[in-house]
Structures are given as structure tokens and as C-alpha cells.
Design a binder for this molecule. Structure first.
Ligand SMILES: Nc1nc2c(ncn2[C@@H]2O[C@H](COP(=O)(O)OP(=O)(O)O)[C@@H](O)[C@H]2O)c(=O)[nH]1
Ligand SMILES: [Mg+2]
Length: 316
């Protein structure tokens, strides 16, 4: 049941992705997750799985941990499968339990006009690219977008975002290099209010999370946005590179605490063998995965759908 953009954006009367497109989208997702699926189920002879055999349960546990699902989520999945009694097809059962564990889908909070989406995450995870892709979809769905380059740390960052803004038909607000990120965010919200734009997306710097000044900078950007517009930021999206596995989980933990993250965009699933980390992020940290990146092109960003994801990850 592929989730549509209309559903993710919380449009009234939103419908799931139509049947004709579903098969193709699932095939593509399945393809993107092939390395992760191999990492997770490669060693596991699901057909020969015997629920009465303790060694088989142990092998399943190892496979899940190997597949970056994380220790706590793995323990919970095994517990739930054991509680089923009659298992049927192991991979099908596992896919169902993973989908349940990842929880009900949440919308991207962009219903107010203007809404502010603050985008945070470590350098290179795909923040700017994801913003460009998201802006293009919002534009397609009739929402006017303004993007703000509050990553004033890296020289090329502003220019990169401006190019994406042009492609996505979005307004762009930047700063002089070395400028104050919080001031850029302030200007952006003000410009959106003045021009009647629907969604402001704020790009931020991603110097390593071990530097406390990054967290302080993000907190300041956040405070300025909160002060400028009541209820903002409506969404704080953490971008995680799926190829980093458990490291990504650690990032999620840090940013989640410091930056008030409300949702996750998991990128580079197409090249990752560690897509299972999505389960750990959702279950261990309680952070909803809202978007997945499956490539570098403009249309390679998708609403996250737990059922499809779980099936593509283990059952295929
Ligand atoms: N294969 C793949 N590459 C991606 C994806 N998302 C981003 N990238 C690439 O990751 C690199 C870093 O992206 P960028 O947006 O600059 O990261 P930032 O530093 O967090 O802003 C770029 O080469 C992007 O094209 C994705 O979903 N799949
Ligand atoms: Mg960037």
C-alpha cells in the first residue's frame, strides 16, 4: 500500500498511490534495498526455518543484528515472532512484525501557511539534496516554497542550494559568506510571511555532532524561528545516510535530544547494505521515518511506507 505524497503532506482527500504505479514503485524500492536485503536475509534459510529449533532462532537474531536492525528492535521482533506460535512463511511474518514495530505513518507537518521545516544532520548525509527534492514535490502539490541557506559554514553550500531552488521553482534566501545562520533563518521566515509563501525549508550546517558548537548553533537557529513565528518550526527533519548504519543511529540519538527532531529522512538507501537501521531508528528512538532517498535524481525521494519498506527489506 504505497504511501502517496498527498498522504504524506496531509492533504484532505488524500489517496494512496494508485495501483498502476504501485508495482513499479515497489520494484524500484525492492531494487534499492537489495544489498540491505542480502545483508539481512542472506545467511538465513527462511524456508528451512524450524520454530522448534533454538539454533534457528539464534541465527535469525544474528541475521537481524548483522542487518543493522539493532539489539533492542531485534529482541522485540524475535519475541513477537515467538509469541505467534504458528509462523507460516518466516520472511512474510518478519515483514509484518517489522511494519508493525515501525508504527503508523505520520504526516510531514507542513499544513500551516507558512510552515517551517528545519533540516539538520551531519555533513554529506544529503540535507541539501533532500531539500531540493522535497521542494520540487511541494511545488508539484501547489505549495509555494522558500528555501534558506543557513549553512553558512561551507563555501559551496549556499550555491548548491540556490541551484536546487531554481530547479524546484522555489524562492531562495541566502547570506553573505560567514553570515549568521540564525539571521538567515529569521530573514527567510520574514520573507515567506511578506510574500505569502507556504513552506520555508531551512538548510543548516552539519559539522560533526561531536562539536558542541553545532548543537548550540542549531539551538539558536531554532530559537530565532520559534520567536519569529508561533508554532514554528513545524517539523525538524533529521537527515541520516543509510550507508552509515549504527553510526547513523548514534547521530539520530544526539540530534534527537539536542535539536528536537520530529522526523527522519533516510537517504542513500540505494547504495546501502544497512537499510535495516530504519527499524532501529523508529523503534529504539521513537523517531518516525518520513522520507527515504533512493538516488540522486529529483524524483528519488519517497514518502516512507512501513509496509512496503518491510516487505522490500526482508520478503521482497
Ligand atoms: N545515491 C544517493 N545519493 C544521495 C542521496 N541523497 C543525497 N545523495 C548524494 O549525497 C551527496 C551529499 O549530499 P548533500 O545534499 O550535499 O549533503 P549535505 O552535506 O548533507 O547537504 C551528494 O553527492 C548527493 O547527490 C540518495 O538518496 N542516494
Ligand atoms: Mg548541504
Amino acid at each position: 500500500m504505497a504511501r502517496s505524497w498527498a498522504e504524506l503532506l496531509g492533504e484532505p482527500d488524500a489517496r494512496p498511490e494508485p495501483e498502476e504505479q504501485r508495482a513499479g514503485m515497489f520494484a524500484r524500492l525492492r531494487d534499492s534495498l537489495s544489498k540491505s536485503r542480502r545483508a539481512l536475509t542472506g545467511e538465513l534459510a527462511a524456508a528451512a526455518f524450524d520454530p522448534g529449533n533454538a539454533d534457528d532462532w539464534e541465527r535469525l537474531e544474528e541475521a537481524l543484528i548483522q542487518g543493522d536492525v539493532g539489539v533492542r528492535a531485534t529482541a522485540e521482533l524475535v519475541r513477537r515472532l515467538e509469541a505467534r506460535g504458528e509462523l507460516g512463511d518466516l520472511n512474510e511474518a518478519l515483514a509484518e512484525e517489522i511494519a508493525t514495530l515501525m508504527g503508523e505513518p505520520d504526516v510531514l507537518h507542513v499544513q500551516d501557511s507558512p510552515s517551517v521545516v528545519l533540516v539538520v544532520g551531519v555533513n554529506g548525509t544529503g540535507k541539501t539534496t533532500t531539500i531540493g527534492k522535497l521542494a520540487a514535490r511541494l511545488d508539484e502539490h501547489g505549495r509555494s516554497v522558500l528555501v534558506a541557506a543557513a549553512d553558512t559554514f561551507r563555501a559551496a553550500a549556499e550555491e548548491q542550494l540556490e541551484i536546487w531552488a531554481q530547479r524546484a521553482n522555489a524562492d531562495f534566501v541566502g547570506s553573505e559568506r560567514g553570515g549568521d545562520p540564525a539571521a538567515v533563518a529569521y530573514d527567510a521566515v520574514e520573507a515567506a510571511q511578506a510574500r505569502g509563501r507556504d513552506v520555508v525549508i531551512v538548510d543548516t550546517a552539519g559539522r560533526l555532532h561531536t562539536q558542541t558548537n553545532l548543537m548550540e548553533e542549531l539551538a539558536k537557529v531554532r530559537r530565532v524561528i520559534e520567536g519569529k513565528l508561533a508554532g514554528a518550526p513545524h517539523e525538524t527533519l533529521l537527515v541520516i545516510d543509510a550507508t552509515t548504519g549504527q553510526n547513523g543511529l548514534q547521530q539520530a540519538r544526539l540530534f534527537g535530544e539536542a535539536a528536537g527532531v520530529t522526523g527522519v529522512a533516510l537517504t542513500k538507501l540505494d547504495g546501502s547494505a544497512k537499510g535495516g537501521v530504519a527499524v532501529a531508528i523508529a523503534y529504539e528512538l521513537g523517531l518516525p521515518v518520513k522520507l527515504i532517498g533512493v538516488g540522486e535524481r529529483l524524483d528519488d525521494l519517497r514518502p516512507f511506507d512501513a509496509g512496503d519498506f518491510a516487505r522490500a527489506l526482508v520478503a521482497g
